[in-house]
Every structure is written in structure tokens, then in C-alpha cells.
Write a protein that binds this ligand. Structure first.
Ligand SMILES: [Zn+2]
Length: 521
């Protein structure tokens, strides 16, 4: 487990370089059913692994031109879709073709040629693929070429709980919202008039995502195993992270003809130069949403309700410090444990303080945290000799009798605890929906990133200063109509899933790409 966890930790740092190590290590620890102490160990294991096995590498020549393509969300999606469709029959030639097809689909034919030059060795025949380049692309997706060929790679996209959430929660909830006032447009931007159900406000979809523009001028490190085969590239260098909100008709901003008095700015976009000690955290995400995006939305769409769509990243599920979480509690009273907000005992219909009252007969306990045991006793759920938790994990995830931690965790008030992002948005009268995990093809902002990065690539050399100057122009270069088409592509993808299509199949592609072309003809 140790080795796998360290690998996952490093991989996650590569994917989300703007997040602090603490957040990422905790996410990995939690995926193994562990908590903060394991996360701490993970960080030290990783450090020892680094000190004994890494080399620094620079980027030059061919690799440099391939570099920013590895950052292109559209290309990554095309690769993912190809892998999903062929499974074990994956070849590097097929992979190259899938990418080329995507670039042609997006009408970037000259770019398709450029990628061909990178993927196909210039001096050899067209059939010969630069194998290592193809492998690097796969690594970027988190796959090991060797594992992919054996068909043993694990892709959470088809995981049972993920598919169930997509089919039984995400898609039906969104569909329902279209029937209760979620705004729709025609191609030319005309708003489709809808009758609002009683008591419902008109709703505007606002999607969010973060993306990085990594500067090429920073040092990059390459991971090697004992046999000196490159394992993972670790791009925790310097760069600019962009946190952006899009509506189906463009970037979230206050229109030019409306005053921005009292607002932080006109455009909701947030930039963060990461690296050194500057990271994007859950708190910054909450701040960006509540203090920037929502005020801008309310000025731009007065009286309307926003439906915010976020991906399922750990950053977006951060909890308030007083949230009802059993992992923040000890078994006994006092000591080092968080001061939590009141709970609610649904079986008795009464609120419950998680702290001892200030007039408690035991002076020592006044105002102190009660701890899980006391809280359970007051709920009539404590059993003599109950352990804090099961090791290594509870065998029955629905049992309220196996251990104290799970017993309390399964209580209705603890189950209803949401992250601070969701709590903050709902408190302001707006709505939140999370995309299914591993389903970036459903978020139209991914294609927006791809288009913006193409612009940046053509207009600057990816130095930090170049990026500072160019990114705002690149984001602006993606037109309202282009964003609208990306949105529609994702709507077709959702509709294909609704009708039971499998990701990457011919059927699926027909629904997402071909049917659209026929309509245009
Ligand atoms: Zn248990």
C-alpha cells in the first residue's frame, strides 16, 4: 500500500500542482480509508523517496514543443475517449490517430500536422511512431503504458458508484432543473421563453474549473525507478493557475453597460501564480466563489438564481472548521479536538450541543468538547466497550454498532454535513451540483481551456512573464459562440449517457459528433 499511495500522491501533485501537499496527501490517505496521520506519513515517505531517487531534467528541442500540448485539455479528453473505446487493443499509432482526428474535428488542421511531426519520427516512415512520446502522453493521463497494454489500468470513469451517481443523481437533477426554469438559448443567443413553475426563479447555469499554464522556464524533475526508466514527471514548477466561471453564453462578467460600483471587478476570473509558497486552497476557492463570482452574477443577472457546477476535487469539498465531522472528534472529552457546531438528534427531534455547558458540575469540563462517547450516550447509541474505529476498516459500511466513529458518522445530522463551498452558495440562495468524478467530458469549460491554451501557445513562449501578459488575452479570444458550441457538445454527451450509451463507443461518438454535423449540413 505504501508504494502505491506514494505514487498516487505524486501523480495527484502533477495533476493539481496548485494545491498544497497537505490537501493532496489527505485526499490520497482518505482513498485508502485513512486520515490525517497517514497523510503525514505519506508526505515523509514521498520526501525520502525523492531524496534517494530523482534527477533534474531540462526541456529542450522536440520535447519543448510537445510540452504545452500535454497541457491541452481537449487533447487529453480525446486520448481518454480513445483508451475507453479500444481498451486492451490500444496502440500508439491508434492513439496518434485519435489525437489527429480530434484536432481535425476542432478545425485545427495545421495543428494536426504539427502533432503528427511530434508523434511520428521525422526521419522514418509515417508508420513509425515515436514510442516514447506516446508513452509520455499516456503518463500525463496517469496511465502506465505497460499497464494499459495489459489492460490492467484502473479508470474510475466506469466505477459502479461513479456511474450510479451520474445516472441516478447528476443527470436526473440537471434534467429536472431544465423543467424548473434553467435558461436555454437558441444558437443566435435568443433566450427561449419558458413558463416558470410557481415559486421558482429563472436559473442560469454557471460552470467552474481551474487550469494551469505551466511556465517552461522553471526546472522540471523526472522520477526514476531503480532501473533508471523514467517513471513520472513532476511539474511542480512555477506557473499561473486560472480559476474561471462560464455561462453557456460566455465568461461570467458584468456587461459593459452595467456599473460595477461596489464590486471587486468586472470579470470573475481569478489568477494565481503558484509555486514557492503560493497555493490555491479550499479557502481561496470559497472566497473566489462567494466574494467575487456571486456578487458579479447577481449584478449581471439580477433576480436570477445561479446553478453552480463544480468538479469533485478535494478543494471543493473542504469543510468549515466547525463542521460536523467525526474525524475532528476524539472518543473522550476535551483535549485536542475541534469545537463543533450544534448537531441535531432526529430520533428525538432536538438540537444537541457538541460541547459541555458552561454550568457543568465538573469545572474541568465546562465549555469543553464532549467527544464521541458522550455525544453517543446522549443519543442512546453508546454501547459498553465500543471501540473508536474498526481496523483496518469497518466491514459493513451501514452498521451503526461496529464502532463509535461510524455509529456517529451515520447519524442524519452528520450525514447532512456539506462542504463550506456548498454551504456558502446555498446560504446566498443559489444552487450547487457536482459533476460525476472522472467525467471531465461533461464540463464544457475543458474545451474552453483547450482553445485558450492554443491561443497562448501561438502568442507567447510560455515563460512566466509571457503568460502573465498573454493569458487574459487568450481567455478573451474564445468567442461567445464558441463557448456556446462547447456547451452544446457537453449537452449531447449528457443526452448520450441518459440514453445508456457507453463512453467512447461508435454509438456514443455518433451522438456527440456526427449527429451534430448532420444537423449543420
Ligand atoms: Zn466500524
Amino acid at each position: 500500500m505504501r508504494h502505491t499511495a506514494v505514487l498516487q500522491f505524486m501523480q495527484l501533485q502533477l495533476k493539481r500542482p496548485w494545491e498544497i501537499r497537505e490537501t493532496l496527501s489527505l485526499a490520497v490517505a482518505e482513498s485508502f480509508g485513512r486520515a490525517t496521520s497517514t497523510a503525514k506519513c505519506l508526505r515523509s515517505w514521498e520526501r525520502s523517496w525523492i531524496s534517494s531517487r530523482y534527477i533534474k531534467v531540462g526541456l529542450k528541442g522536440k520535447n519543448k514543443s510537445a510540452y504545452s500540448w500535454l497541457e491541452d485539455e481537449g487533447v487529453l479528453l480525446a486520448m481518454r475517449e480513445y483508451i475507453a473505446s479500444v481498451g486492451e487493443k490500444l496502440t500508439s499509432l491508434g492513439l496518434a490517430q485519435a489525437i489527429t482526428e480530434y484536432l481535425q474535428e476542432e478545425d485545427i488542421t495545421n495543428k494536426a500536422e504539427e502533432v503528427n511531426k511530434i508523434l511520428f519520427h521525422k526521419s522514418e516512415s509515417k508508420k513509425s511512431i515515436l514510442e516514447r512520446t506516446a508513452r509520455n502522453w499516456l503518463n500525463k493521463l496517469g496511465f502506465e503504458w505497460k499497464d494499459v497494454r495489459k489492460g490492467v489500468y484502473i479508470d474510475g470513469h466506469e466505477r459502479e458508484d461513479v456511474v450510479r451517481y451520474r445516472q441516478e443523481v447528476f443527470l436526473p437533477v440537471l434534467q429536472q432543473l431544465f423543467h424548473s426554469g434553467l435558461r436555454e438559448w437558441t444558437e443566435d443567443g435568443t433566450i427561449l421563453l419558458k413558463e416558470l413553475p410557481a415559486g421558482e426563479k429563472e436559473k442560469i447555469l454557471v460552470t467552474h474549473d481551474e487550469s494551469t499554464f505551466n511556465a517552461n522556464d522553471g526546472k522540471r524533475r523526472m522520477w526514476i525507478q531503480n532501473n533508471a526508466q523514467p517513471l513520472r514527471q513532476k511539474s511542480k514548477g512555477r506557473g499561473i493557475m486560472v480559476s474561471e466561471f462560464l455561462t453557456p453564453r460566455g465568461r461570467l462578467a458584468v456587461p459593459e453597460h452595467i456599473s460595477i460600483d461596489g464590486l471587486p471587478r468586472r470579470q470573475a476570473t481569478e489568477y494565481l501564480e503558484y509555486g514557492q509558497d503560493n497555493y490555491w486552497t479550499g479557502d481561496k476557492m470559497v472566497q473566489h466563489t462567494l466574494q467575487v463570482a456571486i456578487p458579479i452574477f447577481e449584478r449581471a443577472f439580477p433576480g436570477k438564481q445561479a446553478l453552480f457546477l463544480f468538479d469533485n476535487a478535494s478543494n471543493h469539498n473542504a469543510y468549515a472548521s466547525d463542521a460536523l465531522l467525526v474525524t475532528n472528534m476524539n472518543l473522550g472529552p476535551g483535549g485536542k479536538q475541534a469545537i463543533l457546531r450544534d448537531g441535531f438528534i432526529h430520533s428525538k427531534g432536538i438540537a444537541q450541543s457538541i460541547l459541555f455547558p458552561d454550568n457543568h458540575p465538573d469545572l474541568e469540563l465546562r465549555g469543553k468538547a464532549k467527544g464521541i462517547r458522550q455525544v453517543l450516550m446522549e443519543r442512546g447509541l453508546w454501547q459498553l466497550g465500543m471501540k473508536l474505529n474498526c481496523k483496518p476498516a469497518c466491514t459493513d459500511p451501514t452498521s451503526q454498532t461496529c464502532c463509535a466513529r461510524q455509529c456517529l458518522r451515520l447519524e442524519q445530522d452528520f450525514q447532512a454535513q456539506r462542504g463550506s463551498l456548498q454551504e456558502g452558495i446555498e446560504a446566498r440562495g443559489h444552487l450547487v451540483l457536482f459533476y460525476p468524478k472522472f467525467h471531465c467530458e461533461l464540463n464544457f469549460i475543458e474545451f474552453f481551456w483547450a482553445a485558450a491554451k492554443r491561443h497562448a501557445r501561438e502568442n507567447c513562449e510560455y515563460s512566466l512573464q509571457g503568460l502573465r501578459d498573454t493569458i487574459p488575452l487568450s481567455l478573451n479570444s474564445v468567442s461567445e459562440l464558441t463557448i456556446w458550441r462547447f456547451y452544446n457538445k457537453c449537452q449531447r454527451t449528457m443526452s448520450a449517457y441518459r440514453d445508456g450509451c457507453q463512453y467512447g463507443t461508435a454509438d456514443f461518438k455518433e451522438r456527440v459528433y456526427k449527429s451534430h454535423r448532420r444537423k449543420l449540413a
